[in-house]
Design a protein. Structure first.
Length: 353
């Protein structure tokens, strides 16, 4: 039995993959696969409406917010967010907590006439959120989980600025009060479904009718058209919908958060007691979903990654920018996967410790 520890595209629930297999030849007896159905047919509009409602249920999202299923992954939202939300003060701030936060910041900096403050978010090594106190901002952007660095904010303080969050790598892994945010976005391919889609949850009162660069980047128009202004990512929305149903059956976000905490603790505890493996992140900032560790020797790291791969534990290499080892424990990772990883680490330690 193999397990996928990739940071994204991440592991999907086995039941979801099985359901896709069953549906593939003929979705709901239509004679067409899910990839062929019309986005103007009830087959699609029903599944999209259900997926949206299930996400609303899981995250307790009221009608004050639009829930959009859009093309372009997390990266396109780096540009869409400032285009849509920086309309009043033309001034935004970004907490610069890691690689992806920096990418979001750089995308905003490309927009002409927008003042973008780069706010350091590390106190020593600890990511902190503080009010940058820069007068009225259109928003303060935070990245709730730093996928590459394996760090996270464990607490979102109340801040006197509208908050925007990139939750790409921990959406649905732990509960958040959506009402703390004016906008939340996430690429789908970690905790939700296949790559090729982003989810945007945005307070409707923030969407003005000023024209945006392109209609397809305009959240207000996409909301009006139920995310189908053009041909929407039908397969992704369908698969996301199955994942939402799976998560509901599991008991929802609180239940999966409990399991995620237990699984992360198993691995962190093992690393902390290991004489070979080391996690460089302070406990107070450790990610729930992306657990980074090293042996201190790049060659040994590579040997470990190969040894794990030989046991069916794949995609354990750290991001190419930082190297090392990274185990991503998204919602679909069963406890057996974490146990299997720890067993391989134990064996490797005996041989190389
Ligand atoms: N934000 C975060 C926190 C990420 O981890 C990633 C991808 N790893 C992105 C944004 C970019 O997402 P995408 O590849 O969907 O554009």
């Amino acid at each position: 039995m193999g397990y996928n520890f990739s940071a994204g595209p991440g592991i999907m629930p086995a039941q979801v993959v099985e359901q896709i297999k069953r549906d593939m030849p003929s979705y709901q007896g239509s004679g067409m696969s899910i990839m062929e159905i019309s986005h103007r047919s009830a087959l699609y509009t029903d599944l999209a409406a259900e997926a949206q409602q299930d996400l609303r249920d899981l995250m307790h999202i009221s009608d004050d917010y639009a829930v959009l299923f859009l093309h372009g992954g997390g990266t396109l939202q780096f540009t869409n967010v400032p285009l849509n939300l920086a309309q009043q003060h033309h001034h935004v701030a970004y907490l610069n907590s890691g690689h992806w936060a920096q990418k979001a910041l750089e995308a905003a900096q490309r927009i002409e006439g927008l003042q973008v403050d780069d706010v350091p978010s590390l106190d020593g090594n600890l990511p902190t959120i503080q009010d940058p106190q820069r007068g009225a901002l259109d928003y303060l952007h935070i990245t709730t989980n730093n996928t590459i660095e394996g760090t996270t904010y464990h607490h979102i303080p109340t801040i006197d600025q509208p908050l925007v969050a990139d939750m790409s790598s921990n959406i649905l892994a732990q509960p958040y009060d959506i009402n703390q945010f004016d906008l939340v976005y996430a690429g789908a391919q970690k905790n939700i479904g296949p790559a090729g889609m982003a989810i945007v949850i945005v307070k409707r009162e923030r969407l003005t009718d000023q024209p945006i660069l392109s209609e397809i980047m305009d959240y207000r128009l996409e909301d009006k058209k139920d995310s189908a202004l053009n041909t929407p990512p039908v397969f992704c929305t369908y698969a996301a919908g199955l994942t939402f149903k799976w998560l509901k059956q599991f008991g929802g976000v609180d239940a999966i958060y409990q399991r995620n905490q237990e699984q992360a603790k198993m691995l962190y505890d093992f690393i902390d007691n290991s004489k070979l493996f080391n996690n460089p992140v302070l406990p107070a900032q450790r990610s729930l979903t992306n657990i980074v560790f090293v042996t201190g020797d790049a060659q040994l790291d590579a040997q470990f990654i190969a040894a794990a791969r030989a046991q069916g534990l794949v995609n354990l290499a750290g991001h190419r920018l930082v190297g090392g080892i990274r185990a991503s424990l998204y919602n679909a990772m069963p406890t057996a996967g974490v146990t299997a990883l720890i067993n391989v680490m134990k064996d490797f330690e005996v041989q190389h410790g």
